[in-house]
Ligand binder design. Sequence first.
Ligand SMILES: [Ca+2]
Length: 428
Amino acid sequence: MTKAVFKLALIANLLVALGFGPGLAATLDVDDVPAPAWSPVPFARPADFAAYMAQRHAWPREKIDALLVDYKANAQVIRLMEPPAQSFKRSWQSYRKRFIEPKRVAAGVNFWQENQDALDRASKRFGVPAYVIVGIIGVETIYGRNTGSFQVLDALATLSFDYPRRAAYFSKELEHFLLWTEEQGIDPKTIRGSFAGAIGLPQFMPGSIRRHAVDFDGDGSIDLGASKADAIGSVASFLKRHGWQSQSKQKTRVHLQLKPQQEASEEARKKILEAGWQPRLQKRDIEKAGLGFPKESKDRSDPQKKEKPKQQTREKSDQKDAAGAHAWAVFELPNADAQSTWIATDHNFWVITRYNQSPFYAMAVLELGEAVRDERRRQLAKPSEAATSAEVKTKNIATKTQSAESKAVGQAIPKDTKIKSADGKHDD
Ligand SMILES: [Ca+2]
């Protein structure tokens, strides 16, 4: 990273930290389950929360007391919530390598194969492409292999009563969690999830389960832990409810070329980053800031090209014609000491960041989903070779998953877990 760019990154990070930059959580909530009329958060003690549940939801005191009588802050949960050390240098390339790797891609191909019907139905009903759904579930839990082993009640109680920085958010999630388990007739103590209380294959927070999850296999209940169809439908439902545009012809993201000869553009790039995560910028303004768009014919990330070869010419010209009309957001993705990756993104990219407020996350979702889609196509094109390759990969996964699972607690989980209303801490 050049000195100038590094400075820019610092400024951008500072703005985010101060709440002025992208990712301002308050503007983002799509909350159609009414918030409590009064909510004296954060709650100092479990007893205050019990009083609140009694008043707000007419929960008998003894019911909540019985759930929280043994409550003790879980130190591991608090430790995992802490931000990385100051010296930690974020790197998109390192982050990417964790998610776009052969084992996860092979698991994604199998998942797609086994759940093709649900993926097709979800794409049709909600307008969200299958590869995006596959990307999210793969990044979240490696298709259900790593859904978290923390007791959700314990994790949410700890973050409500003993983690003041996020207590307001997590006590609402604790409330949602208890209401949801009651609605479903589930014993709250039996539910396991991430250290932040995220549940199931898609790692939904309890509030998101109540707002956005769907019964997609038609068995009458929503089970994000056991039903892959419910997980698939719920991810698509979440994205649709946050404004996914199925008709968009704009690319979800394109890589930009930083033109180093245009040092005078530094101020312009700073302004561009300050424009935020929602697409508001015109191509010409981005180019004026020394950031070049790829030539259409050389762009590797165009999903339409391989998908619909017959429409290629028409869509290509549509994109070219519309390039000036489309609005973009721009992100600088740091690569530790190496040069940053610059991308321009569309509305649907922003929608993915509603799932987890991190451009790194949204990029990993897209790139994993695309890698799975392309690998699946390759295998379908060469069935005999694919069968052999799939057998070998499945065998490898089976062996390695066991050892991975034994190490999973407190190690793999935190990296894969997101919080729907993160305040920037999870932006890596
Ligand atoms: Ca179901």
